[in-house]
Design a binder for this molecule. Structure first.
Ligand code: AMP
Length: 471
């Protein structure tokens, strides 16, 4: 099987778009799926995110739609011909952006609709006519019910991240949407795993599908270096900062298991000198898109997120993913680390392992079928931010002495004294972005993470697990 795009004989505007993207050869899912989709057959594809599956379905789909290409202004000449359904707004937005890039030299129109945004602008655009409609199920149903969109000329439907759509509970919505589509059509279903539920869904809505599996379900990309580091809650952040510094990493995703944890960690990292932004379900849609955009533009160093908010996000060249918490669900581990090492690039995935995480780590080990060694890191003693913040005020003698006893050292003349730790008022303040920033791990050394390092007193984190290799 050849992996050159030229072997596909794509229409010139599509071939040009591929060349603009700088793709040199097809990824395995593309090499397998594109020729099949071009024949109009149904496909059931198991491919982890980051394998290039968006192009695997959208390029052949656009190729098949080229015969409908026209420059008429009449909406009737631009009915919806392809429908792409995704579980989350971010994913829908991202896939729509990719499709727009592949279609940019054609006259085919594409757009995205998802919830959390005003219906009106979406309605206006829908009414102008669009060939490729990318949508989340709930919002699409709203538009169907409002008669803003007619789906009786749909030739292609793509159910992307189908496993996640079922997890979220979209099955009834999917059934209703599929009920509005013509019976004669091509259906493409992509899922990270082929669970019994997914097979049932495929059995009901796909006809004689060709099964394509490029990586075994739940396999992690071999290009991702996976590390597990023993760290208790007090040490996790410093351990992450230490790895960022050690490896000279400029941008990373950090996953937290809770929205609150996500918000707190973001603030703490900001105080450490990083440009960090949070992405979780309590943020408004606008804030989430802005956070994502700022990260993509390189205006943010760290994107701190929860699983639901981050599932499937494609941000190119994220060199590292950190798990501040071990995910409760081992499959989420695979999805999280799928953010790095995408499309053949190398990546680093580092998971912080607390002493109550033994079972969760064992679950991951079982799922990825790889032996997990939990390392211990040598961390420097932290210099507390809140203590440093209090330096501005002239302290009394008592404070100097208390500082000395806390740290077990004698107060040094001229040294900045510290106050005792108290409840951190920072968390009572509303979130505020930093105004200026020096990258925390700037190569110049000026931006050394403030709280992460102290070249002196080192201490070892207690090994929370048996020695490496005993897992
Ligand atoms: P996806 O799995 O569709 O989310 O794609 C992951 C990333 O791979 C996206 O950033 C694509 O732009 C990129 N990509 C897709 N196909 C190729 C290719 N043939 N060569 C290089 N990068 C690709």
């Amino acid at each position: 099987m050849t992996s050159s795009f030229s072997s596909l004989l794509l229409a010139e505007p599509l071939a040009r778009a591929v060349a603009d993207m700088g793709y040199e050869s097809m990824t395995p899912i593309q090499a397998q799926a594109i020729p099949v989709v071009l024949t109009g057959k149904d496909v059931m594809g198991a491919a982890q995110t980051g394998t290039g599956k968006t192009a695997a379905f959208s390029l052949p789909l656009l190729q098949r739609l080229m015969r409908h290409e026209n420059s008429s202004a009449s909406p009737a000449r631009h009915p919806v011909r392809a429908l792409v359904l995704l579980p989350t707004r971010e994913l829908a937005d991202q896939v729509a952006q990719q499709i727009a890039l592949y279609a940019k030299h054609t006259k085919l129109r594409s757009m995205v609709v998802f919830g959390g945004m005003d219906m009106k602008p979406q309605t206006l655009e829908l009414k102008k006519g669009v060939e490729v409609l990318v949508a989340t199920p709930g919002r699409l149903l709203d538009h169907i019910e409002a008669r803003n969109v007619v789906l009786n000329q749909v030739e292609y439907v793509v159910l992307d991240e189908a496993d996640r759509m079922l997890d979220i509970g979209f099955l009834p919505d999917l059934q209703r949407i599929l009920g509005h589509l013509p019976k004669t059509r091509t259906t493409l279903l992509f899922s990270a795993t082929f669970s019994p539920e997914i097979k049932r869904l495929a059995g009901s809505y796909l006809q004689d599908p060709v099964t394509i599996e490029v990586a075994r379900p739940n396999e992690t990309a071999s290009t991702v270096e996976q590390r597990f580091i023993a760290a208790n809650d007090d040490d996790k952040r410093r351990a992450i900062c230490a790895v960022l510094k050690e490896r000279g990493i400029r941008q990373a995703f950090i996953f937290s298991n809770s929205k609150l944890g996500c918000a707190r960690l973001t603030r703490a990292l900001e105080r450490d000198g990083y440009r960090a932004t949070a992405l979780h379900g309590d943020k408004s849609q606008d804030e989430r898109l802005k956070a994502l955009d700022a990260f993509k533009q390189g205006e943010m160093d760290l994107l701190v997120c929860t699983d639901v908010a981050a599932r499937g996000l494609d941000i190119k060249d994220v060199p590292a993913v950190f798990n501040y918490d071990v995910p409760f669900n081992a499959e989420d581990y695979v999805h999280r680390i799928g953010r790095t090492g995408r499309a053949g690039a190398t990546g680093l995935a580092v998971t912080m392992v607390g002493n109550s995480d033994t079972k969760l780590v064992a679950d991951i080990e079982k799922l990825i079928k790889k032996k997990i060694n939990v390392e211990t890191l040598q961390l420097a003693e932290p210099r507390r931010m809140r203590e440093r913040e209090s330096y501005r005020e002239a302290p009394g003698r008592e404070e100097v002495q208390r500082s000395a006893s806390v740290h077990g050292t004698r107060p040094v003349r001229g040294a900045r004294p510290v106050r005792s730790a108290s409840a951190d008022p920072f968390f009572d303040k509303p979130y505020q972005a930093r105004e200026s920033h020096v990258p925390a791990w700037d190569a110049s050394g000026q931006g050394t993470p403030k709280a992460a390092f102290n070249a002196k007193a080192k201490r070892k984190i207690a090994a929370l697990f048996k020695p490496a290799g005993s897992f």
